[in-house]
Design a protein around this ligand. Structure first.
Ligand SMILES: Cc1ncc(COP(=O)(O)O)c(C=O)c1O
Length: 371
């Protein structure tokens, strides 16, 4: 056996260990299945407006934004995003993951402190880790616990939340958190990945819906979910944008998105005000109403498109997802340690294009499985 073969065996052993714990990740396709899983809340990913073939633009980024990858379309898209979300400036990163790693690794350093909600997204955790700043967690959505941490923290403090939590679908008490940050002189940073396009009159997100632009230092908007594209923006002050251009390594050391993506992002922002938020809200209300009538099945408390059927076991959660797949539904299990042990679940993502009949059949299958 040569060195490479021995190493492959070692990798296989590690994979086998994951499989034995029910944690093996495999790649699956949703072809032909009813989508109760993607973040494409309005089905925008197949929008005709994004079909800009025929336009005379390059298909590659050609280099980083700082070298050859900048273009008029990128800056235009950033001005559009900033204006839409009522912010001074925006900087587009290649994904939400890269935006968060770039932002959080850059704006705080030694001597500063991040205080983040315990359920904060992995991309933010990775960014904070790279920053060398101190890190504290507060209990999920618990403003009393947040204040306790704020009182005892010295130096520059950044409070970090998601407006809608990606795994639980519940909303952060943004107004109260903003007031606490103001009281204790902390800077508030909000990830709006799952609120972009969905909340606010035109889909501006919850920071705008609550008119908190002046109380929030920076907001992350992602384009891979309701917008149906790819990429993300950090929106905030002009100084922040310039600072990130100069310091955020996940912005500097990577090839820029291709020009047509920036053009599609701009198109997306024209489409957002017309998104069918009304139907999406109706589907959420319908799902909740039907779910409440299912005896013996526990649902997470959420009023967003992200709904959770609590299972409390990795193997059982995977088995239910597999059962639903066999019935033609694409819906995924979320396992520990992505969520806490005992909170393993089925993550149902509702879309404006899901019909009430589809919801009925899905819930009947869930009920039958538990019966
Ligand atoms: C809250 C949150 N932030 C950031 C991201 C990362 O965004 P992207 O998928 O564009 O990398 C996600 C995606 O899962 C998310 O749920």
């Amino acid at each position: 056996m040569n060195t490479a073969e021995r190493f492959n065996n070692y990798l296989q052993e590690k994979l086998d260990e994951r499989e034995a714990k029910g944690l093996l990740r495999t790649l699956v396709s949703n072809a032909g299945k009813t989508d109760f899983s993607s973040n494409d809340y309005f089905g925008f990913s197949t929008s005709a407006l994004y079909n800009i073939t025929g336009e005379d633009v390059g298909f590659g980024g050609t280099g980083s934004r700082s070298i050859t990858g900048n273009c008029a379309a990128a800056e235009e898209a950033e001005r559009t995003v900033a204006a839409f979300h009522k912010q001074e400036a925006a900087l587009i990163f290649n994904s939400g993951y890269m935006a968060n790693v770039g932002l959080f690794s850059t704006i705080a350093g030694k001597g500063d402190t991040y205080i983040s909600d315990e359920y904060i997204h992995a991309s933010i955790i990775d960014g904070m880790r790279l920053s060398h700043a101190g890190r504290l967690k507060f209990k999920h959505n618990d403003t009393e616990d947040l204040e306790k941490k704020l009182i005892h923290t010295q130096g520059r403090v950044f409070v970090v939340v998601e407006s809608i939590y990606s795994m639980d679908g519940d909303e952060a008490p943004l107004v109260e958190i903003a007031a606490l940050c103001h009281k204790h002189g902390a800077l508030l940073l909000v990830d709006e990945a799952h609120a972009t396009g969905i909340y606010g009159e035109k889909g501006e997100g919850l920071v705008c819906a609550y008119n908190l632009q002046k109380d929030v230092y920076a907001v992350v908007y992602t384009f891979g979910k309701a917008i149906g594209l790819h990429g993300a923006a950090v929106a905030g002050s002009k100084e922040l944008r310039d600072y990130l251009i100069n310091n955020a390594r996940s912005f500097i050391f990577t090839t820029a998105l291709p020009p047509h993506t920036y053009m599609q992002i701009k198109n997306a922002y024209q489409l957002l005000p017309t998104a069918d938020r009304k139907t999406l809200k109706e589907r959420i209300a319908y799902f909740r109403k039907q779910a409440e009538q299912l005896k013996g099945v526990e649902f997470l408390e959420s009023y967003s498109p992200i709904q959770g059927v609590l299972i409390g076991d990795n193997f059982k959660a995977k088995a239910l997802a597999q059962h639903l797949s066999e019935k033609g539904f694409f819906v995924r299990a979320i396992l520990s340690p992505t969520v806490p042990v005992g909170k393993e679940r089925l993550r149902v993502c509702l879309h404006a294009f899901n019909t009430t009949q589809e919801i009925d059949v899905l819930l009947t299958e869930v009920k039958n499985y538990f019966a």
